[in-house]
Design a protein around this ligand. Sequence first.
Ligand SMILES: *[C@@H]1O[C@H](CO)[C@@H](O)[C@H](O)[C@H]1NC(C)=O
Ligand SMILES: *[C@@H]1O[C@H](CO)[C@@H](O)[C@H](O)[C@H]1NC(C)=O
Ligand SMILES: *[C@@H]1O[C@H](CO)[C@@H](O)[C@H](O)[C@H]1NC(C)=O
Length: 407
Amino acid sequence: MICFASLFWALLYLVHLSKADDPEAYMGAFDMIKRWDYPAELHDVITADGYILNIFRIRHGRAPQTNATCHRPPVLLVHGLGAGPSEWLLNPPASCPAFILADAGFDVFVLNHRGTTYSKRHITLAPWDNKFSQFTLDELAKYDTPAVIDKVLQITGEQALYMIGHSQGTITGFMTLAENPQYNSKVKALFQLGPIGTGTYSKGIIRALFILYDLLKPVADAYRTVFGSHEIGWQWSFVYRPLVRLCNIIPFGDDICDFATHALFGPSTRVLNMTRAPVYLAHIPNGITTWNGLHWGQLSSRHRIEHMDHNPLENIQRYGQETPTPYNYSLIDVPVYLFWSKSDFLTTPLEVEQVLMKELRPEVVKGSFEVEGYNHIDYVVATDCADTVYLPIAKIVRGRESDMCSQ
Ligand SMILES: *[C@@H]1O[C@H](CO)[C@@H](O)[C@H](O)[C@H]1NC(C)=O
Ligand SMILES: *[C@@H]1O[C@H](CO)[C@@H](O)[C@H](O)[C@H]1NC(C)=O
Ligand SMILES: *[C@@H]1O[C@H](CO)[C@@H](O)[C@H](O)[C@H]1NC(C)=O
């Protein structure tokens, strides 16, 4: 079996070598910024619990900066589970979120959560230490996001910033403000793409994974207690990059890969560019850990937005009670804009209506926009994402910032 798999992979690799991939399939996310001639800066952030995170900065767009009087409001991009910072940088400039925003007049910052390729450092722990991977949504919201917000404000000298989250980045955005309400004054608005409440109303393969969590919960609990936490979303580009070639070379390969993508993320009306797929698969998945996955399962299964349920003893230490405490979304006090779609299997309209609209105070939701035909990943890879998502966001911000740069 192993022999056969190795041989298969070797053959595939040869086919793969005979085709030319885009250079981004062989670059780190940070180098992709330089590849398109955008100004790239890398900054370190140390969280209160000792993780050393990276943030990327794209200070301005590609056009020469001639206007010294205009203002570039900082915007922080918060990536989804398993996607890592690359998800904002995967496409050529015209359909690449980070570049579209830089060209639209923003000072762009890209957060790299703990455990992803650029944030695998800690002041005392090695990344292979089990303790390093012992984090859930709670730590991303309690430590990573606040530390990065403070760093961005320190670098730019601004009082507050805009945040754009995708998928898990929307949960951590909400949780950050509910957990640390003092950060409401540091966030001017939250733009949430494919926003997730608990995942209870998801569909397709993801729903099946959540159901699997329910079935395997006793095993998962035992595993979590005995073995701690592990990385499971390895960025094995040397495996995935050749594998995705199958989409291009076997009969009906395109259709099969389309089908798989749709079963996972939803029946998009946009065409995913399979020629570009080696770039996507060279960067994703990235940095998923078991504890984080289990926290997702817990939210969906109990249909409650709450902290990780460790065990009664540890819960008492962490929360002062035997059961995990809920997040209080009434404490979120910034303008929130939701972008969702009927074609999205993870963020269904029911998810928005039945979970988020009930948890958030109605007066903070300043906009709720349906993006027709988008599945869960189209927000970051669709060729028309500038028109459907990012230019509308820039327009809303421009309405609040009269002196914002126009490019
Ligand atoms: C698809 O990706 C390839 C490789 O990056 C690119 O050359 C081509 O223009 C893309 N097609 C579309 C329709 O964007
Ligand atoms: C949530 O916060 C609001 C606003 O401070 C407060 O009125 C409410 O009692 C809190 N709810 C819970 C369950 O703590
Ligand atoms: C520079 O930007 C400011 C603020 O957006 C604008 O009012 C002004 O007209 C711009 N100047 C030039 C020369 O484009």
